[in-house]
Ligand binder design. Structure first.
Ligand SMILES: [Zn+2]
Length: 481
């Protein structure tokens, strides 16, 4: 286990004695960070490096938290723009991709995706995981890894990539909301479903037991959305999370269509449905929360429900702009996620929270740089069931990212405002759980671009084989009829 000496580091608390307002992060010079067994045990500033210290240049921030990831969506990056379309047409492409995944292919893709995130400074990922079963919806047999084969693939990928994983195991039981209520899963959604909330809970209980001794992973819960989980099932998932003291995440009002569906079927908004099911509270994180009424904002804020914004995805999929400042003022801690991985850049997501506010309001500075660092670090880790992480302080996990101040993007900037200019490409060194995962911009696993290209090529080749097989099957069936 190494100790680190940082040219500059972002430490918790006020920069000047007697600073007004809440204790905020600030930059200190010449900071030594001692680590032991994956945790920070001492932090001193204004001191020289000791023999053997690993030197970190630039500004060292706490490791970043990507609070919302669907690792396999990375294979869609740069492939969905030719025909325009909408969120719903994008989703059809995503289903074709999901159908091609096997545990082995998914492990290789996720390893590359998590390594890409690590290169950009991410040290903890919240994987909103719903591709559970074989394409026909039946569980993987024991010989192929059992009912949690896909989760195990993700755990292995995260370990190799050197990131902490919170697996948000997602309950996904229905195909959508029609005027008569919830519809059955469509053929392409079959592998997401466990049949019932009780069967979901049994499978996730087994996963928690299997992972209990691994301190690099956590098992949390997710309900896919009010489209995919009915009110009584939402209540069951929420109870499971409360009993397990595990984080609960849920997609919320990303698109107006979800609100219309909930209003038509139940006469209330998705937020109100979650509230009535007992699914809101400080342990819950609502993801997106774009299309909200004033009442929704109040329900989320007063319950202390966290909100995870994914600005680059919300732009890419034409979702809209979430009311970030109103939510924060109402009482919701904000975190960020890369979601569909249109970028793998948590700093860009954090900056997007402020940028979207500027576009929506015509004003600047709703979130100052210190607030955005909190969004990218401590608040994100807390949303992933890692309270106390995301701070450079004794007792916290030894998660650090050194951000260069001498690149073409960052040269000349005030280091205290780095979060508004720096991005994944400026992260040079990354420490996760006390291990140096990225050094001088190179991931310990090797050439990450190549890992991505090979895994993505293989998955699309498998998807094409699936399509050909389905066509052949249809033709055969047609001639039989
Ligand atoms: Zn999502």
């Amino acid at each position: 286990m190494s100790d680190y000496w940082c040219e500059r580091a972002w430490l918790p608390g006020p920069g000047e004695p007697g600073s007004p307002g809440e204790p905020r992060g600030h930059i200190a010079e010449s900071v030594r960070v001692e680590t032991e067994a994956g945790r920070i045990v001492a932090v001193e500033h204004g001191v020289p490096a000791a023999d053997g210290d690993v030197r970190l240049r630039g500004v060292v921030l706490p490791g970043l938290a990507d609070a919302h990831s669907h690792a396999f969506h990375r294979a869609l990056r740069g492939r969905t723009h030719a025909d325009g379309g909408s969120f719903w047409t994008w989703r059809q492409g995503m289903y074709a991709l999901a159908a091609a995944l096997t545990p082995d292919l998914y492990e290789r893709l996720a390893r590359a995706v998590y390594a890409e995130l690590a290169l950009g400074g991410t040290t903890a990922v919240g994987e909103f995981h719903y591709v559970h079963h074989r394409p026909d919806g039946t569980p993987y047999p024991a010989a192929q890894g059992g009912p949690n084969a896909m989760a195990e693939a993700l755990r292995s990928a995260a370990r190799d990539a050197g990131v902490h994983l919170t697996l948000l195991d997602t309950c996904y039981l229905h195909g959508g909301l029609g005027p008569d209520g919830h519809q059955p899963l469509a053929h392409e959604q079959a592998r997401f479903g466990d049949g019932t909330a009780e069967a979901w809970a049994r499978r996730v209980d087994a996963l928690r037991t299997a992972w209990a001794d691994d301190d690099r992973v956590l098992v949390g819960a997710a309900a896919h959305s009010v489209r995919a989980v009915a009110p009584d099932e939402l209540a069951a998932v929420a109870r499971w999370a409360q009993d397990a003291r595990a984080p609960l995440h849920v997609h919320l009002s990303e698109q107006p269509g979800e609100n219309q569906g909930a209003l038509a079927a139940f006469g209330v908004t998705p937020t109100r449905l979650l509230h009535d099911a007992g699914a809101l509270g400080p342990g819950t994180t609502a993801v997106h929360a774009v299309h909200l009424t004033d009442d929704d904002v109040a329900l989320l804020g007063t319950s202390g429900t966290g909100v995870c914004l994914c600005p680059t995805t919300e732009r890419d999929l034409a979702d809209g702009i979430a009311p970030g400042l109103r939510l924060a003022r109402a009482g919701s801690p904000l975190s960020v996620g890369t979601d569909q991985h249109v970028t793998a850049d948590v700093l860009a997501e954090a900056r997007g929270v402020e940028e979207h506010e500027r576009l929506a309001t015509g004003g600047r500075g709703a979130f100052d740089p210190a607030a955005l660092v909190d969004v990218a670090t401590s608040a994100g880790h807390a949303a992933l069931g890692r309270p106390g992480a995301g701070r450079i302080a004794a007792g916290a996990p030894a998660d650090l990212v050194a951000v260069r101040t001498d690149t073409v993007r960052t040269a000349g900037s005030d280091p205290a405002q780095l979060v508004l200019v720096a991005g994944a490409a400026d992260a040079s060194d990354v420490v996760a759980g006390g291990e140096l995962v990225v050094r001088d911009g190179v991931h310990r696993a090797g050439d990450v671009a190549r890992m991505l290209a090979e895994a993505i090529d293989e998955i699309w080749a498998a998807a094409e084989r699936d399509t050909e097989r389905d066509l052949t099957h249809d033709i055969t069936r047609g001639s039989d009829a």
